[in-house]
Design a protein around this ligand. Structure first.
Ligand SMILES: Cc1cc2nc3c(=O)[nH]c(=O)nc-3n(C[C@H](O)[C@H](O)[C@H](O)COP(=O)(O)OP(=O)(O)OC[C@H]3O[C@@H](n4cnc5c(N)ncnc54)[C@H](O)[C@@H]3O)c2cc1C
Length: 271
């Protein structure tokens, strides 16, 4: 588990502020404050905390990414508590990304991973980005499989509009798989710089392919595909939420900056 999320801008009606501060001690660090989006809290015993020497803001929201530090944290320490009331999202309900409070949690120096700024400087997040595309593709494949089953059951395979929807879905899935293979090949053959930006390109393209596949599925099948226990009802909610993990507008602008040879943030797509 890697926990960074410390959104700094409050949403309407949100009284609490998220964020951690870090204090150096003789034998390590003390972490104080809260993080949101702490995936697997209550289930995991350990997490890697992305915290900033510059104060609240984790990594994605940090004003100074070079100040981001990775600390291993034993979540069984009594100073670590989980607020399970915050996580009530539209989708991804089968997982949990709770708010976690660190009440002056001690972290020994031996549990520090690398040096401040290493994570961003060495572009580790860029190695992680293709997994979003793989997850989006999984959602799209689920919608496609169900659409085929649905259309065949209702004997609508002869309808030319349905045929076009199915054709579009099939091409979307092929395209997504080819993108992922392309990214994997770049990593496997050591073309690291190309692999990093290709991972973001794949994440961008596959977000749109997956959303379009789910839309085609719903249009081909109809309203009952969105009535439980249809899996499409869940896939639509999960995908709608998971693609928000990064902002695609910023992601695409980052791809543009890279193509123009400009400085760009390949980790968190900051403008
Ligand atoms: C299902 C799910 C699981 C997650 N799991 C984890 C996890 O395990 N670990 C973890 O660390 N995080 C996790 N996250 C959190 C994720 O990394 C982001 O921090 C979170 O999605 C940001 O939430 P937000 O869009 O509400 O916040 P904000 O960061 O406040 O962004 C709101 C919107 O404003 C945009 N924005 C932000 N700053 C600016 C700016 N300066 N100018 C213009 N636009 C801006 C953003 O791009 C976004 O579109 C998870 C998120 C989701 C949805």
């Amino acid at each position: 588990m890697a926990w960074s999320g410390e959104p700094q801008a409050a949403k309407p009606g949100e009284a609490r502020r998220f964020g951690t501060t870090l204090t150096r001690t003789e034998d390590g660090w003390v972490v104080d404050g809260t993080k949101a989006f702490a995936t697997s809290a209550t289930g995991a015993d350990w997490a890697v905390l992305l915290v900033s020497l510059a104060g609240p803001g984790g990594a994605r929201h940090a004003a100074a990414p070079e100040s981001v530090l990775l600390l291993g944290c034993d979540l069984r320490h009594p100073s670590v508590t989980v607020d399970t009331s915050w996580w009530d999202p539209v989708g991804m309900r089968a997982t949990a990304s709770h708010v976690v409070r660190f009440d002056r949690t001690p972290v020994p120096a031996a549990w520090q991973l690398g040096q401040p700024g290493d994570y961003v400087r060495q572009s580790w997040q860029a190695a992680f980005i293709p997994h979003y595309a793989a997850s989006f593709l999984g959602a799209a494949e689920g919608a496609y499989d169900y659409a085929i089953q649905y259309v065949e059951k209702q004997d609508k395979g002869g309808d030319p509009y349905v045929q076009q929807r199915v054709g579009s879905m099939a091409v979307d899935l092929d395209t997504a798989r080819l993108w992922l293979r392309h990214v994997a090949r770049l990593w496997d053959t050591g073309r690291i710089d190309e692999a990093r930006i290709a991972g973001s390109r794949a994440r961008h393209v596959v977000e749109h392919l997956a959303l379009s596949t789910v839309d085609h599925c719903i249009r081909a099948c109809g309203a009952r595909s969105l009535v439980r226990p249809s899996p499409v009802e869940r896939i639509l909610r999960d995908l709608t939420f998971y693609v928000r993990h990064d902002n695609d507008d910023h992601l695409l602008a980052t791809i543009g900056r890279a193509a123009l040879g400009r400085e760009h943030d390949a980790s968190f797509f900051k403008p």
